[in-house]
Structure formats: C-alpha cells, structure tokens
Design a protein around this ligand. Sequence first.
Ligand SMILES: *Cc1c(COP(=O)(O)O)cnc(C)c1O
Length: 372
Amino acid sequence: MKLETLAVHAGHAPDPATGAVTPPIHLSTTFERAPDGSLPHGFIYSRYANPNRDALERCLAALEGGTAAAAFGSGQAATMTVFQALAPGDHVVISEDAYFGTIKLVRDLFEGRGLTLTLVDAREIGAVEHAIEKNTKLLWLETPSNPLLAVTDLRAVAAVAHERGVSVAVDNTWATPILQRPLELGCDLVMHSTTKYLGGHSDTLGGAIVGREDDELFSRIRSIQGTGGAVPSPFESWLVLRGIRSMAYRVRGHCANAHVAAQFLARHPAVETVHYPGLASHAGHAVAASQMSDFGGMLSIQVRGGAAEALRVASRVELFTRATSLGGPESLIEHRHSVEGPASRTPENLLRLSIGLEHPDDIVADLKQALG
Ligand SMILES: *Cc1c(COP(=O)(O)O)cnc(C)c1O
C-alpha cells in the first residue's frame, strides 16, 4: 500500500463493539482477565499497553516500514529512552547540528552517568568514521537538521556505522515518513516528535521510536517504555493518530508553500542566506533529492544586519506567529539563538520559519512587509 493509504488506514478499523468508524478513546486503565487468567485482548494495564496507543504504534511502524514502534509522552521522552537503553561505559556519536534539546538531554542526564559523547559534522563521512570508537554503540542523526537544514547522507553513513557494529538512529521529525524513510535507507531506529507534523495541529505533545527490527535494542526500549511509563495518554494517542490521517496532504502543502517562500527569500536583498534543501544552491540539495521525495516545510534565513535586524524582522510579522515549535497549520517564526540561550551554536542573525498551510501569496506578502 502507498503511504497516503497507510496514513488513512494503518491502525484504523471500525470499532467491533459499536461499528463506530472513528475509534473510541479507551480511558480504562485496566483490562479484564478471562476465568482462566488469560488476557483475551492482550491488554493488562494502560502503562504497558492501551488500545489507542497500540493503534498509533501499529500505524507508525507501518508508515516508517518498521517492525515495531513505541509511543511516548513527548519527543524528548522518546529520545531519552533510546539513551536509557544503552549502558554505562558506552559511547555515542551525535550529529552536532541535531536538535538543541537532544544534545542538552545527553549532556545533562547521561554524561555524568557513564555515557560519553562525541559531536560530529555528519555531512562528512570521514568525520563520522573518525569519531567512532571501540565502545561506540549508537550514532544519532538528524536530517534535515535543526535549525541549519544540514543534510546527512543516510545510506552512506549507515553503511560506515554498521561496518563498525554501531546502531544508527535518525530523528525524522522534520522530514516525516512521507518525505523520508530512514529504515529503508539502512538505519536502525527512527525517532519522532509527534508534536510536530504527525499530530499536525499544535495541540498535542508526543514522541515515538520505530525499530527496523524488533531486536534486543528495541525490546530494551519497549521495556523502559512500560516500566518507566513516559507514555502518551489515550487521548493524546488518539489525537496523533487522527493527525496522521491527513498528514500526506498537509506535508505536500507545507512543502509547496516552503518552496515558494524559499524562492522569494533567496532573491530578497535583506536576506544574506536561505537554508532550504529544496534550493539548488543548498549544499545538501543533491543528497536530499536522493533520499527525500520533497524538501519539507522548514527553512531558516540569515538576515543582513545581525541579531538586531533579525529580531526587528520577527517583531514586524503579522500573519506569522512568533512562537517555537513547527508542523502546525499556522506559520511560525522564531529567533532560535534567543531560545537556545548562551550555549547556542545558532547564528545570531538566524530566523527559523515553520511554513504553514496558509495561501503562499499571503505567506510571501507577510515576509515581504516584515523584511521591507
Ligand atoms: C520538537 C523536536 C524534538 C523534541 O520533541 P518534543 O515533542 O518537544 O519533546 C526533537 N527533535 C526535533 C527535530 C524537534 O523538532
């Protein structure tokens, strides 16, 4: 089945008890055992598994072409679980332009507990090879990256990692499975902040890990999910599954609008650089074209005139909302350096844009008046 069809149908079926076409939300925390003590529906207690979360996990596994999926209460909880599945003494390699919160999480919560970490420019295969040590267990990638839209060649980097016995995880939040399927490119785990394009409406927080194999690493992840309990509620699971149903078409709209905005911004005299892999001038354009079916709805710009000018542009937008996050119907703009704080590697004149589903003419008109 094609992705559009999977997005509508995977994890969905009319409710056998009532015929309801839209699934009910199962708030029950506990499930009845049969007289012989067995569990006729497979559910025991909602921290371990719940019908709504189960449906979401089946859908996510199908969309990413994986064997198994585990849903969490946030993207960060999903990421944290992968690092919790490693052991003290293990070494991890993380792409240096990964989401700021990922690096912060590993530094703040794991570095003092025996995990060591090396940051690399994952665009350089040689740098990744060089960073891998004897005790390296995991390579964490994000492409396109946040907020510079750096593109990593997933096939090539996964091959190098696997030669050394290193598992590869990819934060696929920005691309979504509609545009990029890392497991098919040879990677082992996919992470999502379902808060973004999957939920798609800026109204639910969630995360997920999808595994290519239901192997030892994935079973540790699932065991931490059930034991630690950083799980989404039935309602949040339901909301993400609902969002996914229209995702293929929403993502298409985000991409089309981002193309228009990127073309406009690339010609604007107040803009120094546009970071969007869909532009032929972008350093990662060819690799992105080889592993993505389109280039996504996120872009960032560096404006002439430094931080002050970037903040001035952000202060002038009318249609765009000044807010963090991404992947909702509304266009958002954010001065990333201010959000990330003093440790930020993000250029001070950078603005990150989540291009929404408004009409592209209105998006461009707002950017034009704000830059003007
Ligand atoms: C938002 C985001 C996260 C974190 O997810 P939360 O749902 O906010 O915990 C991780 N990676 C990327 C790329 C993100 O955009």
